[in-house]
Ligand binder design. Structure first.
Ligand SMILES: [Zn+2]
Length: 188
């Protein structure tokens, strides 16, 4: 398999996470074979209705990702031609990647994960602390805590310890043949 150069920003991360998901499916279910189960007049009507809704929302500036994805999954459910179906599946996955990318790029709300109060921002000094961003967690959903409030800093330390425990557990499970046996690094 040749390495694939992905031109779209953020898509390599999304593809790597999709690869992890597929590996998990394969481990649990093996390669799956099912009939498509698509088509029929009810699904045609639903696809039409959701398409019209999305178009209307686009016109009046109220379109959401939910509109886009509902419209696309309804089109998938209505399609029976295997070639068209496959095209729609790729198109739906691309919309999912675009949605995930949008979430990844959202600014942090700057609300403390301990006390729930806003965290002030400053160009000249740090105002918050928090654990490292976990893989797959967007910046906007990563917990941040008040740097200047002792009880919030304590909560941040607890969150960081928790992060480290989870990180160790995850890497221990995913490393098939670890050079360092799990738990050995805790003994020092
Ligand atoms: Zn706080």
């Amino acid at each position: 398999m040749f390495p694939t150069l992905l031109a779209t920003p953020g898509l390599a991360t999304f593809a790597a996470q999709m690869d992890d998901e597929r590996q998990a499916h394969l481990t649990e279910f093996g390669e799956q074979q099912h009939p498509d189960g698509t088509g029929g007049s009810t699904r045609d009507l639903a696809a039409d209705r959701l398409f019209q809704e999305a178009q209307a929302a686009l016109q009046d500036g109220t379109v959401t990702w939910r509109h886009a994805l509902e419209m696309m999954t309804a089109a998938v459910a209505a399609e029976t031609d295997p070639a068209e179906l496959r095209t729609l599946l790729v198109r739906t996955a691309a919309a999912c990647a675009a949605w995930a990318r949008d979430i990844d790029r959202r600014p942090h709300p700057m609300v403390c994960a301990h006390c729930g109060k806003p965290i002030e921002t400053s160009e000249s000094r740090s105002t918050w602390v928090g654990p490292l961003k976990a893989p797959g967690v967007p910046e906007c959903a990563s917990p941040r805590f008040h740097l200047g409030r002792p009880e919030c800093r304590t909560a941040s330390d607890r969150a960081s310890d928790e992060w480290m425990r989870e990180y160790r557990a995850r890497t221990a499970v995913r490393t098939a043949d670890p050079v360092v046996p799990a738990g050995q690094d805790d003994a020092s």
